[in-house]
Design a protein around this ligand. Structure first.
Ligand SMILES: Cc1ncc(COP(=O)(O)O)c(C=O)c1O
Length: 376
């Protein structure tokens, strides 16, 4: 790549890439392990078959049926009235962030995040030429509000991104704190607050969609990848003031969301309840992982999502590799000593916990013992 005349601000960057490996137990990308139930598969197949004859035509550029179906779903799920004019859809919430940063970021603008957080926020900011600055979360991974207000004062960000529940820590930010952040961000004419609720359905906290009334510069980004078990289809959306939705038209590529994606997503939204039947089970498996860790004296971050961040692994890279040797792929989120485990099916979670027991309970060789610390 280095011989190519790439934009100077991207030189030296690495492509995003969580390692993908064909192993029996994949707990590395917070996917939903449950496959679509047969009735939903049939509905998707029929909807797509019905659309195939029209593939000579471009899709509905404004995805009107899908946005209406999403609005109905969000209204039910968040108990807040949301109309289709408040919803915008794209190929995954990553494309939503990309469109948001194309619209509200750029080379003379700044985005601010609270790290550790979803690394793609920084990546997309940088891809759109937006300067990205980060404020560290507290040791318990919550956002320190005094630090946040100070940082917003200092960096004067145009876009502030809050991931809640936060990936990779699982930490939620309360609606009160989000409202306080909004006031700080929106006190500048350019300020936009984006709340990433990719894991919202797993959370015990109410959605920030409930804060939208009267807050024209708040955007709530959500996805069908996690609770809906629909990651392969690539459907994400935002909920915001209709003016934000209208403005998305300035940056989206014409016909960005294929007809097949749109009809498949509408079919799935008709079966929202059965597609999301795994949510309660995944919360149970998440809690199993956290309990397992804490019983062994390993710190586990309080999680409101479908994964748990566990620490106390002296040499987390070695533990990651030893798990992979046992057919279990987890995520090294580059926080030394910590690993992130997605909740799997009960059987997958059992395999993970058995493998972890072997790794952390088998006495390591003396040299390794020093490097791994007491828990690994
Ligand atoms: C916090 C967060 N936001 C957004 C996404 C991306 O989701 P999508 O599949 O909708 O692009 C992820 C995926 O892991 C995520 O963890």
């Amino acid at each position: 790549m280095s011989v190519l005349p790439i934009r100077p601000d991207l030189l030296g960057h690495e492509p995003y890439g969580a390692p993908q490996a064909d192993v029996p137990v994949r707990l590395n990308t917070n996917e939903n392990p449950f496959r679509p139930p047969p009735a939903v598969r049939r509905a998707i197949t029929e909807a797509m078959a019905g659309a195939v004859g029209d593939l000579n035509r471009y899709p509905d550029r404004d995805a009107r049926r899908l946005r209406l179906a999403l609005a109905e779903y969000v209204s039910r799920q968040t108990r807040t009235t949301v109309g289709a004019e408040m919803v915008w859809a794209a190929n995954g919430s990553n494309e939503i962030f990309s469109q948001i940063l194309q619209l509200f970021g750029s080379s003379r603008r700044t985005a601010l995040g609270f790290e550790p957080t979803y690394s793609v926020h920084r990546l997309i900011a940088e891809n759109t030429g937006t300067r990205y600055v980060a404020i560290r979360r507290r040791d318990d991974f919550r956002i320190g509000m005094a630090d946040a207000i100070r940082g917003i004062d200092e960096f004067r960000p145009d876009v502030v991104l809050v991931c809640s529940p936060n990936n990779p820590t699982g930490t939620s930010t309360t609606l009160d704190d989000l409202a306080t952040l909004y006031d700080a961000v929106a006190s500048r004419p350019e300020g936009i607050l984006v709340v990433d609720e990719a894991y919202g359905e797993f959370s015990s906290h109410p959605s920030a969609v409930g804060l939208l009334a009267g807050r024209e510069r708040l955007i709530v980004a959500r996805t069908m990848s996690k609770a809906f078990a629909f990651a392969g289809a690539r459907v994400g959306y935002l909920v915001a003031d209709p003016a934000v939705v209208e403005a998305m038209g300035l940056v989206r590529l014409p016909y960005h969301l294929s007809t097949l994606t749109q009809v498949a997503a509408v079919a799935v939204l008709d079966h929202a309840r059965s597609m999301q039947r795994g949510v309660a089970e995944l919360r149970r498996q998440r809690d199993r992982i956290a309990d397992f860790a804490r019983e062994r004296g390993l710190p586990a971050a309080e999680s409101d999502a479908n994964f748990v961040l566990v620490g106390g692994f002296g040499d987390s890279q070695t533990v990651w590799r030893l798990l992979l040797d046992r057919g279990v792929l987890v995520r090294d989120v580059e926080l030394p000593g910590w690993l992130r485990f997605s909740a799997g099916t009960a059987a997958e979670t059992t395999t993970l916990l058995s493998a972890l027991s072997e790794i952390i309970d088998v006495p390591p060789e003396p040299a390794k013992r020093r490097r791994h610390g007491p828990h690994s």
